[in-house]
Design a protein around this ligand. Structure first.
Ligand SMILES: CC(C)(COP(=O)(O)OP(=O)(O)OC[C@H]1O[C@@H](n2cnc3c(N)ncnc32)[C@H](O)[C@@H]1OP(=O)(O)O)[C@@H](O)C(=O)NCCC(=O)NCCS
Length: 383
């Protein structure tokens, strides 16, 4: 490599751009920790609310801190009339991620202190977004189904309240059973944070220009929407439905590989020997399938995973989106809402990174190697 031919790491492959204390991914040992705690243990012993607190404050809450934190979150869940009207006016043809992006932009426009660099204020904004995003998504789900708005509850936990606002059923009913709430809560914990992924990095880039938190979150939503990132969980379920039958799954997967097409829900930029979050989500998905009598998805899941592993030279394995796609389908969510639901969770990781970037900022501005025309002069006008 000479001075004039700089090394290009396309897609920033393998480039370490900064330090972070929010989470650590160690692909070699297949481990992911949030603030030092293994994500599997957090999913097993904690609620999503505790994990949000941990990501923002660096420590798990005491019981008292958790009660105060949850009470503040519950009090912020409601939407004002203007925001409800805005959501109701959005075209039904647009993707729900567009609705979410627009709604958050609107909330930002209503905040006169949006441009603060005060970390406490940013954490308050983060809590407000965490509280309101589920309400925005639930309203959008219901208006598309021709159903009325259900007000958020101030009594229910985060996951339970979302199922309540979407399905209108109290805890214990088929669409809001304890098992459903727990499986959904686990998925939120697993989706909450993943170091410098594309959407988090987008949020950090926007923050590095000293822009505001809402702009950073809106940009992150745009990055997450793409099928190579958050949109993969939707694509996974479309594939399951397209295949439709365990007996056809192997042939379908082999055809994809033969045609050099991507099979969504497989592979990962960082994990090359399996995604550390998959075993926890896979177990939750199996439980859900059993409880809801939908084990055909598990059969297809197993065949697809085995076919990919056995027929790729690098033994490609599932990523988190692979078990989450069918799990969300069993829970009763419409496919186009899988990625907005990812936002419900990842808002916590994004905003933890926004605070971190802001507290130790340096403008993120990489260089590029020019490969266009050599310098030339504008020709004399011929017309
Ligand atoms: C996530 C992803 C973008 C990572 O990309 P990456 O780090 O650039 O992947 P790699 O370049 O290491 O892939 C190595 C090889 O495996 C293939 N491969 C990777 N993921 C694949 C998949 N899901 N289906 C089929 N082949 C795949 C690549 O095409 C490449 O083949 P090649 O060497 O013949 O070109 C990629 O795996 C992908 O597109 N997966 C599907 C989308 C998805 O599930 N995204 C969610 C991520 S959490």
């Amino acid at each position: 490599m000479s001075e004039n031919t700089p090394e290009i790491r396309k897609g920033l492959y393998g480039v370490v751009v900064d330090e972070t204390a929010v989470s650590k991914v160690v692909p070699e040992t297949n481990s992911l920790t949030y603030r030092g705690y293994p994500v599997q243990e957090l999913a097993r012993y904690c609620s999503f609310e505790e994990v949000a607190y941990l990501l923002w404050n660096g420590e798990l809450p005491t019981q008292e801190e958790l009660i105060r934190f949850s009470a503040r979150e519950k009090a912020l869940r409601h939407l004002d009339r203007h925001l409800i009207d805005l959501i109701m006016s959005m075209p039904l043809s647009c993707h729900p991620m567009d609705v979410l992006r627009t709604a958050i932009s609107f909330i930002g426009a209503q905040d006169p202190e949006a441009y603060t660099k005060n970390s406490e204020h940013i954490r308050r904004t983060a809590l407000e977004l965490m509280a309101k995003i589920p309400t925005i998504i639930a309203l959008d789900i219901r208006r598309r189904r021709g159903e009325g708005y259900i007000q958020p509850s101030r009594k229910k936990g985060f996951a339970e309240n979302f199922l309540w606002m979407v399905f209108g059923e109290e805890e214990g009913s088929p669409a809001n059973s304890r098992a459903d709430i727990e499986a959904f809560d686990k998925s939120l914990i697993l989706y909450a944070e993943h170091s410098f992924n594309a959407s988090t990095f987008t949020a950090r880039v926007i923050t590095s220009t000293m822009s505001d938190t809402y702009s950073a979150v809106v940009g992150a939503i745009g990055a997450l929407k793409g099928p190579l990132h958050g949109g993969a969980n939707e694509a996974v379920m479309h594939n399951f439905i397209e295949v439709g039958d365990p007996a056809k799954t192997e042939e379908w997967t082999l055809n994809k590989l033969k045609n050099k097409e991507l099979v969504m829900g497989f592979g990962h930029r960082v994990y090359k020997n399996g995604d550390s979050r998959v075993p926890t989500m896979e177990a939750a998905f199996r439980e859900l399938a059993k409880e809801h009598g939908q084990e055909q998805w598990v059969e297809m899941y197993e065949i697809m995973a085995k076919t990919m592993y056995d027929n790729t030279s690098i033994k490609i394995q599932p990523n988190l989106d692979f078990p989450t796609g069918p799990a969300y389908h069993i829970l009763g969510f419409d496919i186009e809402f899988f990625t907005p639901i990812f936002v419900m969770s990842r808002i916590t990781g994004w905003t933890a990174h926004i605070v971190e970037q802001n507290e130790n900022n340096s403008l993120i501005r990489p260089l590029s190697a020019y490969n266009g025309e050599a310098q030339r002069s504008v020709p004399p006008k011929q017309f």
